[in-house]
Design a protein around this ligand. Structure first.
Ligand code: SF4
Ligand code: SF4
Length: 367
């Protein structure tokens, strides 16, 4: 157990204000077991949580979901965050964001808007989102954002159905006036894991897309910042998931559970504290779930003696559990993992199926 004094203060918070969302993206990072609207925290509790987060050292908050704009109090919550000194980033699909609500968010001193796009082609984008007309909403919301002088980031998740247009999606972000684009190859958690066989691209498609995006990084230098989240299943080493468990950021779910990462509930036996009965600081420093994988005492070989353990922290605990059955194992994305070959086999088997048959992410869908 790490002493409280050795635990860094949290810097960021992801507030999943609701799991309601008009879209049904098959790669959604929300858990397969979505939380019901009746369990959502009320306005006063969220405000308290934001105040406690700021007092605990949090600097920026991502107002997310689901679709955060379905909450009637989203502008009020944004204003409260500004009041307590938090930098706010609204993560939205753009669907459900009216001009009136957008203006209210600007008045509430929203700092940044992050807009998801599903594809650069309208019919494919709407099919991926499971929502007719979703694509058409994006350019309007992007225009409002740029005209209001708010920084705009485009978020584009890559998978089999759109990976051939990865470069086109970067161009689209430039045309929309975005300052930044996050090109994120699908992470196979939550609904992404449910739909893995329908989402996994081939190694060739992935390598082509990665090269095209990297080329654009050079040609568009100075015009747009390209953040490129590497494709897990085709990588040699894992990413530093959440910048390390309980080191930088935390999530609060719609019902108030404080999680070290959005998929942490898939790990059996972890005890999560809830903001309804504990403070944010107590959950961060003292809850069993946060302390379970802090530091490196929990690590097994090959991580325990690995020179990269302070760089990637052994990868993702949830992925280690999902693919090896033990959350203390090295993330098998790592080529040093004895189970690394399994990852390659899953990637080539599932990408070979070619089918695009989604189980859409819906509140009432059984995953
Ligand atoms: S990924 Fe898609 S379904 Fe999930 S919250 Fe975002 S817009 Fe909604
Ligand atoms: S062995 Fe563990 S710490 Fe080393 S690179 Fe692989 S996952 Fe990271």
């Amino acid at each position: 157990m790490i002493a409280r004094a050795d635990i860094p203060a949290p810097a960021g918070m992801l507030a999943e204000l609701t799991h309601r969302c008009p879209l049904g993206c098959p790669y959604c990072s929300n858990p397969a077991e979505l939380e019901k609207p009746a369990s959502e925290l009320d306005t006063a509790t969220w405000k308290r949580v934001f105040s406690e987060a700021a007092a605990a050292g949090v600097l920026h908050v991502h107002l997310s979901g689901g679709e955060p704009c379905v909450r009637a109090d989203i502008a009020e919550l944004t204003a409260h965050c500004a009041q307590v000194g938090l930098y706010t980033n609204l993560i939205t699909s753009g669907v459900g964001l009216t001009r009136k609500l957008f203006d209210a968010l600007v008045d509430a001193r929203l700092d940044h808007l992050q807009l998801s796009i599903q594809d650069a082609e309208a019919s494919s984008a709407d099919r991926i989102a499971g929502y007719d007309g979703a694509f058409a909403r994006k350019s309007e919301v992007a225009r409002w954002t740029v005209e209001a002088g708010l920084p705009l980031t485009i978020n584009a998740v890559m998978h089999r159905a759109n990976i051939a247009r990865a470069a086109r999606m970067v161009e689209m972000a430039v045309e929309l006036g975005a300052r930044r684009i996050e090109v994120a190859h699908t992470q196979y958690y939550g609904w992404g894991l449910v739909n893995r066989a329908a989402l996994m691209p081939s190694r060739e498609e992935t390598e082509k897309a990665v090269a095209a995006v990297e080329d654009l990084r050079k040609t568009h230098e100075g015009r747009i910042v390209i953040d490129h989240v590497v494709p897990d299943y085709h990588a040699r080493f894992p990413k530093a998931c959440m910048s390390g468990w309980g080191r930088r950021t935390f999530n609060v779910t719609p019902s108030g559970k404080v999680l070290p990462c959005h998929a942490a509930e898939t790990i059996p036996g972890l005890e999560f504290w809830n903001v309804r009965d504990r403070s944010v600081a107590a959950a961060w420093y003292d809850s069993p779930a946060f302390n379970a994988y802090r530091g490196d005492a929990w690590m097994k070989e090959p991580c325990r003696s690995c020179e990269r353990k302070a760089i990637d922290f052994g990868g993702c605990r949830c992925q280690a559990l999902a693919l090896t059955g033990d959350a203390c194992n090295a993330d098998p994305i790592c080529e040093k993992s004895p189970r690394h070959a399994t990852v390659g086999a899953i990637a080539s088997n599932e990408s070979a199926s070619g089918a695009i048959d989604y189980r859409y992410r819906r509140l009432n869908a059984k995953a």
